[in-house]
Design a binder for this molecule. Structure first.
Ligand code: SAM
Length: 448
């Protein structure tokens, strides 16, 4: 080891290797919503759990019997078992010596077996984790022949889901006991190094093959090693999730479909309680209301949109749920909601960003009307609102106009597919809105 200061991730890993039954987990999280994932982790696993938060990731230690709880988490995307964390003194200018350091570490120092066994258990991989050399040589011949046929047929063996890039590799549980593990290595790198990410992946991949006799398969692998090189640290992760958890609810995707993981964290920011009414009045394809109905089944969910196609898409997505979910869907405009004054507990919305949907000029008017209407329908003194938008200028202007109705509790910056968005958490004040401008409406024709 080196005199590089120990990182929090490294310290956490050292704790995990002290106990045979403890495994370190790493998960990816939507950037900006990491604290939501930390809170969920503590809520589901243990309030005293030590969680290390990094940008877009969280790490923690669990026992294998707690793993089911990790899989139930709704704010995280991909799950990894961390099988090794180590620090190097990379040269910065000598690629060859840096690669030798990594090669020697994999070959001599890395004890991956504990992580591999845990991976086999949690993914239900039935095949051979430690094949003999003869078994590997025989399987490799066969694999090469198969691959030639597949390449000739333009990837006939590749499932449509893999081609669309949704699922990663193949499901390890669909393997037979004679199958030899197929793997691939990828590398993600942060910092300045003398080497490229591809070289790290090739060197680690080669060493692993020599050590364990596995078959390389870049598309239809059972196990992916994701090697994160962060400055002087190498975190070796075994991918557990075959498909990112953010795609779980929606069958009919639209241009602005929000990830289910983000929906969960937004709803959680409002802290829903049993019997409360959760509303998304600009629901697009329904990702927020569907997640609300699944994750908070003791609430009542109401949603709508002014676009007929969005309403139809939400309906198809609700109908596509394996377990029927009861919620109400209405075609409406947010500037005139058919709801009673002070009737809604929680509003969670992904507002038109003005980038992918809506326009910034429209937003100036729309946001003011919308917030005025939300001031009217939200419960006085207790109503909570969580609004996601890219258009900070329009929301700031709308909040100025409606300042007596809302108190800003929190503001978070989040990364939505490369766009910098903001989440506003508001609380409805107990003040009545005397001036109903700009909507000029007092709604008596309510449905709630
Ligand atoms: C960013 S999208 C919501 C996407 C949604 N969260 C999803 O995952 O599919 C914003 C939605 O607001 C709707 N919208 C825009 N103006 C509206 C209005 N005046 N009343 C109701 N909905 C409106 C648009 O039709 C669009 O579906």
């Amino acid at each position: 080891m080196t005199d590089v200061p120990e990182s929090d991730v490294y310290k956490l890993f050292k704790k995990s290797i002290e106990n045979e039954n403890v495994h370190m987990i790493g998960t990816t999280v939507d950037t900006g919503l990491e604290w939501q994932a930390v809170d969920e982790c503590k809520e589901r696993i243990s309030p005293n759990l030590h969680v290390v938060k990094e940008r877009g990731k969280i790490y923690f230690n669990v026992t294998l019997d707690q793993f089911a709880k990790v899989q139930e988490m709704r704010s995280i995307d991909n799950i990894f078992l961390i099988s090794d964390v180590r620090q190097f003194q990379f040269s910065k200018d000598n690629e060859e010596s840096d690669m030798s350091l990594i090669k020697d570490a994999v070959n001599m120092d890395m004890k991956l077996e504990k992580g591999l066994e845990a991976w086999k258990t949690v993914t239900s991989f039935n095949g051979k984790l430690y094949p003999k050399l003869e078994e590997f040589e025989e399987a490799e011949q066969l694999h090469k022949a198969e691959k030639t046929i597949v390449d000739d047929k333009h990837s006939a063996l590749t499932t449509p889901d893999v081609r669309k890039g949704r699922k990663r590799g193949r499901d390890p549980s669909i393997s037979n006991e004679n199958e030899i593990l197929k793997y691939r290595v990828t590398c993600e790198r942060t910092g300045s190094h003398a080497f490229e990410s591809g070289q790290v992946a090739r060197v680690i991949g080669g060493e692993l093959q020599d050590k364990y006799h596995w078959l390389v398969d870049l598309t239809m692998y059972h196990l992916e090693f994701v090697c994160n090189v962060i400055h002087n640290e190498l975190i070796t992760c075994l991918r557990v999730t075959h498909e990112s958890k953010h795609r779980r609810n929606i069958l009919h995707f639209g241009p602005t479909t929000l990830r289910a993981t983000v929906c969960y964290s937004l709803i959680k920011l409002a802290n829903p309680k049993q019997g409360e009414i959760i509303m998304d009045p600009m629901c697009g394809g329904g990702s927020i209301p569907i997640e609300a109905a699944i994750a908070f089944p003791n609430t009542y969910v109401l949603c709508g949109d002014n676009h007929e196609k969005a309403v139809a898409r939400t309906k198809s997505n609700i109908d596509g749920q394996l377990v029927p979910r009861s919620m109400d869907l209405v075609e409406w405009s947010v500037s005139e909601l058919p709801l009673k004054d002070s009737s809604i507990d929680i509003v969670v919305t992904d507002m038109p960003f003005g980038k992918r949907s809506g326009s910034m000029t429209d937003n100036r008017v729309l946001y003011k009307k919308y917030l005025a209407e939300l001031g009217r329908v939200s419960k006085l003194g207790t109503g909570r609102l969580v609004l996601l938008t890219y258009d900070r200028r329009s929301i700031q202007l709308a909040l100025q106009v409606t300042s007596s109705s809302f108190k800003v509790i929190k503001m978070l910056g989040v990364n939505m597919g490369g766009l910098h968005a903001a989440v506003y958490v508001l609380k409805r004040t107990k003040f009545q809105q005397y001036n109903k401008e700009p909507n000029k409406k007092s709604s008596n024709d309510a449905v709630v």
